[in-house]
Design a protein around this ligand. Structure first.
Ligand code: BTN
Length: 265
């Protein structure tokens, strides 16, 4: 580990956040959580930092945020095989963070495929899941960047016109620890639900929060091709798109890079 945590907090949760390591600055909370994840005793440990010097997002992009402006956290996980798939872990985190946002602000957040949360069409949160191979075992890290305190000037300076924060949405100030606790407790509630076998209920919350069922969608595939059709159903095992002609394909989520409405509102 690059440095020692500034403090360690303990929540009275079942799985996630029983131990929270708080750092002033790290290259990336995902890297620190990945090192912890190699030891199964760290399952559920949360790593959070005020600042990241090499934060990263999906597809190798940089994730930058003014120190203290975002909640930056990663969870070290040793999940059962059924939960280890990126689509499931991202759905878990997205549903949990959306629920925490609703509790903190009263405002609904929508999931934008594959790993973003939007409020009123603007990005408020990004999620990055990574696998950690430990000999014959595979562990997981789920990283969350939630915009909390940013003002419009922060996003303008960063060239991010399509981003928002909890403060911008509500006009209120938030206590950073309250936001951390709310998100971690929500992650724990959802994790407890899925390890108890309620994967179908997570799947239906995820489907509902993506909010595109029945709509005409554009699917950008990982192989570079594009498909159009009506979204018939969304399951962790396959997305059903009714094309204008021909059979209804069931597309594995891992093969989809982007899924969006053809007529975004
Ligand atoms: C994305 O929008 O592409 C995903 C962004 C994920 C950012 C978070 S911030 C905490 C954790 N540490 C990282 O380096 N990335 C994730």
């Amino acid at each position: 580990m690059n440095s020692d945590p500034r403090e360690t907090c303990f929540l009275d949760t079942a799985h996630i956040g029983r131990r929270i390591l708080v750092f002033d600055s790290l290259p990336s909370t995902n890297d620190t959580a990945a090192r912890l994840a190699s030891d199964p005793n760290h399952h559920g440990t949360v790593v959070t930092a005020v600042h990241q010097t090499a934060g990263r997002g999906q597809y190798g992009r940089q994730w930058q945020s003014r120190p203290g402006a975002s909640l930056l956290l990663s969870v070290a996980l040793n999940p059962p095989a059924a939960l280890r798939r990126p689509v499931v872990l991202i759905a878990w985190a997205a549903v949990a963070v959306a629920e925490a946002i609703r509790r903190l602000t009263g405002v609904p957040a929508r999931i934008k495929w594959p790993n973003d949360l939007l409020i009123r069409g603007k990005k408020v949160c990004g999620i990055l899941t990574e696998s950690v191979v430990c000999g014959a075992d595979v562990r997981s890290v789920v990283g969350i960047g939630l915009n909390v305190h940013q003002e419009a000037s922060d996003f303008a300076a960063a060239g991010l016109p399509d981003a928002t924060s909890l403060t911008l949405v509500t006009g209120q100030r938030f206590d950073s620890f309250d936001v951390l606790r709310s998100v971690v407790e929500s992650l724990d509630v959802e994790y407890t639900r899925v390890v108890a076998g309620e994967l179908v209920s997570l799947e239906s919350d995820w489907k509902w929060r993506v909010g595109l069922l029945g709509q005409r969608v554009r699917v950008d595939m990982a192989d570079g091709t594009t498909r159009f059709g009506q979204l018939r159903d969304m399951m962790f095992d396959g997305i059903e798109i009714e094309p204008d002609e021909g059979e209804i394909p069931v597309i594995p989520p891992e093969a989809i890079r982007q899924l969006k409405p053809t007529d975004p509102d």
